[in-house]
Ligand binder design. Structure first.
Ligand SMILES: [Zn+2]
Length: 580
């Protein structure tokens, strides 16, 4: 194998020349290219060892004509490849692509060669084909395209992951030598489906950590051991979020579960007051080949939920800045000046509350800003009790906040009251959302979980108050329930969509796959989106679009209470899978 390796390296110059004759004038822009699939058996991706196997790079060999075979496969773990093209003049018979001139990635019909570099990474005993964002593309996550089933001295076959295929670049109806590693889904869908980190990598405060109902070791009460910081817990985590990783961690420490730390998916194996116990667990994980880390986190006993306005001691005067009225247009105008404004009532009158302050000058300042935007802002003095209650038409019983170590599932039935959400085929989204949410609540409660709803009747609740309810209750996860809609003239559009923004990705996947397993809903994918309730909650948050009110199949399903219950129960199972 060693001599073969030297030969193919010296051949690179020849191959480059061969490549040059078929690559394009660089004036052609990526948008002009098309693609033509290559039959799977006529092309192979392999990891070529470089520097005596210290690292690997991608080599793609294509069988162009059938005159002679270009490579030979040797079964095993891994599958190894003998590149037969080394022994004959392969021009016109075999294509050989060995660098970014020869191959690039294309997603959803868009060339991403300038944004991503394709590389082979050695991870333990697996070679993983990855696309790494180029240095100027900091917002993009790394993507995984394929992998080997082991490691060997020579050329190792890389199998592409589901959804990825190889295609030839097409220009003006002519197929070219350039090979695409291509995925026909949208970039967002690929990012959502890949094991890669989500696009938003902004550092986040460590949120109160979810814990399973009983299984993880809880901090022991009493005096911390000498040398331990009295205010921190030692959290033992393994970065990653796959099911395989979780079961590997579970086999060392039962009760391990997925969570996020600083916005990153991790498996939490344990959490301790005593650093020595954390060290001990880390060592046991390391013996099983798991790269565990210890993270110091603040003890979760006094979470500090972010509320839009300061909490006011009882009895103090607060200055509430309001604009009379309640239309959506008015609310968005006020929001444009002061984000987080929401509908409420003052003395029985509908208003948009823009802010609430203990200091009159701050209220005056906001009033001036609103007035200069042509809004009739007023200041109302009230006696402060709690910060900005999301005053719904009747008082709401606040959900008692989750205590340390307790799991609280916040369910958010979308829309309500004057806002029906999507309407069509005799159905109202707000009613479907509430039905599914209530069933979800009762199913989860039967399974021993504590559950709260952001609304439990047909009432209008604005978006920020929904976020506030979850934050104040110190919820472990947030699950918003919606139904989808498109034009009534598109009854063929049906299916489930599950959204996350950042830390909710694994929760979204767990729910999505559970619902697809238990219902016959079509799969429209796990997707990333900037929904308000997903962006502004600090705990893992998802939004489930349970089907299309406008769809022929889905609207029929929504008409059956049994089918709605089936959806709710499947969402409940997904939540339980995630929390376990
Ligand atoms: Zn909705």
């Amino acid at each position: 194998m060693k001599s073969l390796l030297r030969k193919i390296t010296t051949l690179s110059a020849v191959a480059a020349a061969f490549g040059a004759t078929i690559t394009l004038p660089s004036v052609a822009s990526a948008a002009q290219f098309g693609q033509q699939p290559i039959a799977g058996e006529r092309v192979v991706a392999l990891a070529e060892p470089v520097s005596n196997g210290r690292f690997y790079k991608l080599l793609i060999i294509e069988q162009i004509s059938s005159v002679r075979r270009c490579w030979e496969e040797q079964a095993g773990n891994p599958v190894t490849i003998n590149p037969l093209l080394l022994t004959f003049d392969f021009t016109g018979i075999c294509g050989r692509s060995s660098d970014s001139n020869g191959y690039s990635i294309r997603i959803g019909g868009e060339d991403l060669g300038s944004r991503y570099r394709v590389q082979v990474e050695k991870r333990g005993d697996t070679l993983v084909l990855v696309a790494s964002p180029s240095p100027l593309q900091r917002g993009l996550p790394k993507l995984e395209l394929g992998r080997s089933t082991g490691i060997a001295d020579g050329f190792v076959k890389l199998e592409l992951d589901a959804g990825w295929t190889m295609a030839r670049r097409v220009y003006n109806g002519q197929t070219l030598g350039h090979i695409y590693l291509t995925n026909n889904q949208s970039l967002d869908a690929v990012i959502a489906a890949s094991g890669a980190a989500p696009v938003s990598q902004a550092p986040q405060p460590v949120s109160p950590l979810p814990r399973p109902p009983s299984s993880t070791p809880l901090p022991r009460p009493g005096i911390p051991a000498p040398g331990n910081n009295a205010n921190v817990d030692y959290q033992v985590i393994v970065p990653g979020g796959s099911n395989i990783l979780r079961s590997r961690v579970n086999s060392v420490e039962p009760g391990a579960f997925r969570t996020t730390v600083n916005g990153q998916s991790v498996i939490q194996a344990g959490r301790f007051r005593e650093q020595s116990r954390a060290n001990e667990l880390r060592q046991r994980l390391a013996q099983a080949g798991l790269a565990a880390q210890i993270v110091e986190t603040a003890q979760a006993s006094s979470p500090t939920p972010t509320t839009p306005t300061p909490t006011t001691p009882s009895g103090n005067v607060v200055y509430q800045v309001i604009v009379p009225g309640s239309s959506n247009i008015l609310r968005s105008r006020v929001n444009a000046i002061e984000s987080g404004a929401f509908r409420t009532t003052v003395n029985g009158q509908a208003v948009i509350q823009a802010g609430r302050f203990q200091e009159q000058p701050r209220a005056d300042q906001l009033q001036r800003r609103l007035r200069s935007a042509g809004l009739d802002a007023r200041i109302v003095q009230t006696t402060g009790t709690v910060a900005s209650p999301p005053t719904s038409p009747t008082p709401r019983t606040p959900t008692p906040a989750a205590r340390q170590g307790e799991v609280l599932i916040m369910i958010d039935p979308g829309h309500g009251g004057r806002d029906p959400g999507a309407v069509g085929n005799g159905l109202q989204e707000k009613e479907i959302n509430l039905f599914i949410s209530r069933r979800l609540q009762s199913t989860l409660e039967q399974r021993g979980y504590r559950v709260a709803l952001t609304r439990n009747r047909d009432a209008e609740v604005d978006l920020q108050p929904r976020v506030d309810i979850a934050e104040r209750a110190n919820a472990t996860i947030f699950v918003s329930i919606h139904a989808n809609a498109i034009s009534l003239s598109r009854p063929e559009v049906n299916g489930l969509e599950t959204y996350y923004f950042s830390s909710g990705r694994n929760l979204a996947r767990a729910i999505h796959s559970s619902v697809l397993r238990s219902t016959d809903l079509r799969d429209r994918g796990v997707r990333q989106a900037r929904f308000y309730v997903l962006r502004n909650t600090s705990m893992p948050a998802v939004l489930v679009e349970t089907g299309f009110i406008t769809g022929r199949e889905d609207s029929n399903r929504f008409r059956s209470n049994a089918a709605r219950e089936q959806i709710a129960d499947a969402i409940a199972q997904g939540i339980i899978d995630y929390l376990r």
